[in-house]
Design a protein around this ligand. Structure first.
Ligand SMILES: [Zn+2]
Length: 152
């Protein structure tokens, strides 16, 4: 094998890493998660230019590229924008399959959050389904402090 053929046919090895880590989530995400943890309240940020309310909260409006600093409490109830039923197991999934991931637009928000939808027969799932957050009894400051969303 020549040096030239090695350069033309690079070998790529694929694998998976599972690495424990911790990171500071930033001041905006900290307040967002602390309100869920301590008060079971969900807050978004309103853009001063386009007036959109972003949930989860974020500091910069991706549409206007301006800084946001107005906190807005939104409802723990919302509408399913889309969903999928997950039937396979992955180490990164926090629950056992089958389960449902959905994008839920909370009342008062202009964006959707990704979360679990439970307590509903997959046959009854539909876009437009009204749902409500179910908070865990013991919360630790993560999106998983919301256990899932259930139908209203
Ligand atoms: Zn904006």
């Amino acid at each position: 094998m020549t040096e030239q053929s090695l350069q033309e046919e690079p070998l790529v090895v694929r694998g998976k890493l599972e690495i424990p880590y911790k990171q500071f989530v930033g001041s905006v995400a900290s307040k967002f998660l602390i309100e869920i943890r301590d008060n079971k309240k969900i807050f978004g940020m309103r853009c001063p230019e386009c007036n959109r309310v972003y949930v989860p909260s974020r500091s910069i409006c991706p549409k206007c590229m301006c800084r946001m600093d107005e906190w807005v409490e939104v409802s723990d109830r919302g509408t399913v924008l889309t969903y999928t039923v997950v039937n396979y197991k992955e180490p990164t999934h926090p629950v056992e399959p089958p389960f449902v991931y959905g994008i839920i637009q909370l009342d008062g928000a202009d964006t959707g959050i990704v979360h679990f939808i439970a307590g509903v027969d997959p046959e009854e799932l539909k876009v437009g389904l009204r749902v409500q957050a179910v908070f865990k009894a013991e919360r630790q400051g993560s999106m998983l402090d919301i256990k899932h969303f259930k139908p209203l």
